[in-house]
Write a protein that binds this ligand. Structure first.
Ligand SMILES: NC(=O)c1ccc[n+]([C@@H]2O[C@H](COP(=O)([O-])OP(=O)(O)OC[C@H]3O[C@@H](n4cnc5c(N)ncnc54)[C@H](O)[C@@H]3O)[C@@H](O)[C@H]2O)c1
Length: 346
């Protein structure tokens, strides 16, 4: 019998890429999603057209309320990849209760469904580097077009203190700690990935989330954009295929990875400031953006660069996609799908 994975949030950006990969690898895939993210029907159609879609089942459900369906699906799963979330910091500030309900309580519901199951599937949780807050205690140097880490530090590892900023940071951070603790307390095989910025094909970026795709799409359709802060903020970018490979490797090395928390991003080699990103858009794709300027947004980290060392050591995984190549792949996907995206971004 095929191995079976349940992907919550499975028609979202990361979910659709994970579902495609696991289907290609011969798994049966259950998706559980409430379709609240605008445009995810496009991902549903894409998955249904894949050759392996006979092994795919898509269920409409909400992690806040659909306990019976969650329990039923967790009961037959070998792996639960929990991606469903309220994903925008901005929305979490305007509606913190909904953010809490989906991210904290919703994750708790998934964990309880895993705990109640007979098979006790592996559970992978997509947490965020936002759990480290703005890292005020680290030395950050302001350079001409970016911030840089001072004190000889190249990247941020898992030993940094937790310091949740914004309701999104709090709700994801609470969930992150629950997922970790359920491994200690109940012996569940859980893995937490504190992910940096993820980008890649099928990312329906909007101003509030998915900024890499959003700026490229805005340039393509000549939509106005706003730059919050001075543009020197640095993020390490991880291509979505590399992230999905990390999920695959975590499952393959679960004896080592169970109960662990890992930072996961593009690392120092794939870190860019927004100003550097804008220069690449111009140099590599001839896309010139003239953003309006606004003060930085609450909870915005000046810099985050993940130290991937712990996960690399435990699994042998490495980020393979150089950021310039990854941006070319995303740009190609956007260009190839311009007509489809036009309807969505009109
Ligand atoms: N994309 C990134 O850069 C990034 C970085 C760090 C962490 N993450 C985390 O990765 C996960 C996936 O992110 P993404 O970029 O694919 O986002 P996405 O918005 O594309 O996908 C999230 C999916 O969850 C679904 N969903 C939302 N609320 C739900 C609910 N109550 N019940 C069931 N489904 C619900 C949405 O419809 C959507 O399909 C999230 O948990 C996010 O916090 C993403």
């Amino acid at each position: 019998m095929n191995k079976r994975i349940l992907i919550t949030g499975g028609v979202g950006f990361i979910g659709v890429n994970a579902a495609e990969r696991f289907l290609k690898d011969g798994w049966s895939v259950d998706i559980f999603d409430n379709f609240s993210r605008k445009g995810v029907e496009l991902n549903e159609q894409y998955l249904k057209a894949l050759p392996a879609s006979k092994n795919l089942a898509i269920h409409r459900g909400d992690v806040r309320t659909d306990h019976d369906l969650l329990e039923k699906l967790c009961d037959t799963a070998d792996v639960v990849l929990h991606l469903a979330a309220q994903v925008a910091v901005t929305t979490s500030v305007t509606d913190p209760r909904t953010d809490f309900d989906i991210n904290a309580l919703g994750t708790f519901n998934v964990l309880e469904a895993v705990r109640a199951s007979t098979k006790k599937p592996i559970m992978i949780y997509a947490s965020t580097n936002k759990v480290y807050g703005s890292l005020e205690h680290l030395s950050v140097i302001e350079q001409e077009n970016k911030y840089a880490l001072g004190g000889g530090l190249r990247a941020v590892d898992e030993n940094q203190p937790l310091d949740f900023h914004s309701p999104y940071g709090c709700s994801k951070g609470a969930a992150d700690q629950y997922v970790r603790d359920y491994s200690r307390l109940y012996g569940l095989k859980t893995v937490v990935f504190r992910q940096s910025c993820i980008y890649g094909h099928r990312q329906l970026g909007i101003e509030d989330q998915g900024w890499v795709a959003w700026f490229m799409i805005a340039a393509m359709f000549k939509r106005p954009v706003t730059l919050y802060g001075n543009g020197k903020q640095v993020r390490d970018l991880l291509f979505v295929d590399d992230l999905v490979e990390a999920y695959v490797q975590a499952v393959a090395h679960i004896d080592k990875c169970s109960g662990q928390v890992y930072n996961l991003g593009g690392g120092p080699e794939n870190a860019l400031s927004l100003m550097e990103f804008f220069s690449i858009l111009e140099e590599d794709f001839g896309q010139k953006l003239s953003p309006a300027h606004s003060p930085e947004r609450p909870g915005d980290q000046p810099l985050f660069i993940a130290d991937n060392g712990k996960f690399e050591a435990d699994s042998g995984w490495q980020a393979k996609t150089n950021v310039r190549d990854g941006l070319k792949k995303l740009h190609q996907w956007l260009t190839d799908n311009k007509a489809m995206l036009q309807g969505f971004y009109k």
